[in-house]
Design a protein around this ligand. Structure first.
Ligand SMILES: Cc1cc2nc3c(=O)[nH]c(=O)nc-3n(C[C@H](O)[C@H](O)[C@H](O)COP(=O)(O)OP(=O)(O)OC[C@H]3O[C@@H](n4cnc5c(N)ncnc54)[C@H](O)[C@@H]3O)c2cc1C
Length: 453
């Protein structure tokens, strides 16, 4: 549907006396933070628009790094970005707060009060007016209501959860090494539920880092005897959303490492001592990670009448405007954006979030200039799966030849890293990103390859 067919106003034309247009972006993740940074550097700097980021966290960490934080191969502090500082450098305003409600008639969003660790209020519950609202609050793990999953399995949605899992892992190793009795079956076993890219990458990364931890003098643990990683997937093969060739190559690499893959296997319950499968079998495992599926946050399902799908994503038109309100846009994982010529919508992936953020910048300029909005077209550049230091496999779209090419090894690893470099460039610029990369390479040589605390 083109923007002109919208029954609602689609463009805003400024008058000389009008206050600057208020753009409010909720969620400063892969898409939202790129958007406010670029808008702040242009429209915010020139005073044409007032750019505000509403975000419930204080620092940003690019989500695809979370499995490395969980495994302990990355120190999150080196990659986190402070929102207040970024706002100061890039001419936007940062408001700490969590979106909890919307008033479309009065063009206001409602934010919950924020509370510190000691229970004291930091910011009160408040409302904030907008002229253009962009919702970019991402997704959460979908445990499909599986019994015990919320209680005993760790999801990987936030840096805090990834750090919590890593701490549990190190503590489990220290405990096993200190105890007088032999290591129990399952005590140092890790079950990862869901063999999408996140679960698969985590399995490979953990295989290496847990051995590194043990090699730091935990001589009562034998990696071969005591440590076991199981990857459980309900679909018939791992990486079900990716081409079969990637799945086969990855399965072979995991098998070489000794990671057990259980495809075509459903989990019916998670317990403190392991995972119960639909056939009644129990996989003993005291450390369980849930990485099977995502959904948008539940409250989006009833956000002042906006249309949402069954996994709570807001329905948007190809212009990225929500179907019922032309002043409200949704981008990234929380949006269900149609894809012309495909039965499924734009996938919830970092490259889609990046492309939508840059499309959104043009849409806001068009709105301010009184020009018609353009449809978003997703370009799939391929899929890559990093198996830590072991390998990287994937496919790249060859747009010239019109089909995907299978790649593996060093070139694939470079391509994998380029997605994060693109995100960093959008936040810091190309030259500072180059300096950061060089500094990171130099400092990594002087640090242990695994985080030990
Ligand atoms: C462990 C892991 C590994 C991944 N690996 C890959 C990969 O290799 N390749 C790939 O393409 N994709 C990967 N993804 C998916 C990718 O990270 C997401 O598609 C991408 O981050 C989506 O960007 P986003 O802007 O929609 O949301 P996010 O990046 O999740 O950002 C959402 C932001 O909104 C904030 N927020 C949430 N709710 C509220 C609220 N109510 N009020 C205010 N703020 C709020 C959050 O704090 C967060 O900062 C991975 C995801 C995970 C979890």
């Amino acid at each position: 549907m083109s923007d002109q067919q919208s029954p609602l106003p689609a463009t805003i034309v400024e008058s000389a006396a009008a206050p600057p247009h208020r753009v409010v972006v909720v969620g400063g993740g892969a898409s939202g933070l790129e958007l406010v940074t670029q808008l702040g550097d242009t429209l915010g700097k020139s005073g044409r628009a007032q750019i505000t980021l509403v975000e419930r966290a204080r620092t940003h960490l690019w989500k695809p790094l979370l499995h490395a934080v969980a495994a302990g191969s990355m120190d999150r502090a080196q990659h986190e970005l402070n929102y207040l500082a970024q706002a100061h450098w890039h001419n936007f305003t940062y408001r700490l707060g969590e979106l909890v409600g919307l008033d479309r008639i009065n063009r206001q969003i409602h934010l919950a009060a924020t509370i510190d660790d000691e229970g004291r209020e930091i910011t009160p519950a408040s409302s904030l007016g907008y002229d253009t609202l962009v919702i970019a609050i991402g997704s959460v793990t979908n445990d499909f209501g599986t019994k015990g999953a919320a209680e005993f399995a760790v999801p990987l949605e936030t840096p805090e959860q990834a750090t919590r899992f890593n701490r549990r892992l190190i503590n489990a190793c220290l405990r096993a090494n200190a105890q007088t009795e032999p290591v129990r079956p399952g005590q140092l076993h890790i079950a990862i539920i869901g063999a999408g890219a996140t679960g698969t990458e985590l399995a490979a990364e953990l295989h290496r880092t847990i051995r590194s931890v043990v090699a730091h003098g935990l001589d009562r643990i034998s990696p071969e005897r005591d440590i076991h990683i199981v990857l459980v997937e309900a679909a018939e093969r791992i990486l079900p959303a990716l081409p079969e060739r990637i799945s086969l190559a990855t399965s072979a690499l995991l098998a070489q490492m000794g990671v057990e893959v259980r495809a075509g296997t459903r989990v019916s319950e998670v317990r403190a001592d392991g995972v119960v499968l639909a056939n009644g079998e129990v996989i003993p495992s005291e450390l369980v990670v849930w990485s099977a599926g995502v959904k948008a946050p539940d409250f989006l399902h009833d956000l002042d009448g906006l249309e949402a799908n069954r996994i709570n994503q807001l329905l948007v038109r190809p212009t990225l405007q929500t179907t019922l309100d032309a002043n409200i846009f949704a981008i990234g994982d929380c949006a269900c954006c149609p894809r012309e010529g495909f039965p499924t919508p734009v996938p919830p992936r970092a490259q889609a979030a990046h492309q939508q953020a840059f499309h959104m910048i043009r849409q806001i300029r068009n709105r301010l200039d009184g020009k018609p909005l353009e449809n978003f077209v997703y370009r799939d550049f391929g899929s890559l799966v990093s198996l830590g230091r072991y390998s990287t496999v994937g496919s790249l779209m060859g747009f010239l030849v019109g089909r995907s090419m299978f790649i593996e090894g060093y070139f694939a690893r470079l391509m994998y890293r380029s997605l994060y470099k693109m995100h960093q460039s959008a936040l810091h610029g190309h030259v500072p990103t180059l300096w950061r990369t060089i500094a990171g390479l130099v400092s990594s040589r002087a640090e242990p390859i695994v985080k030990l605390h």
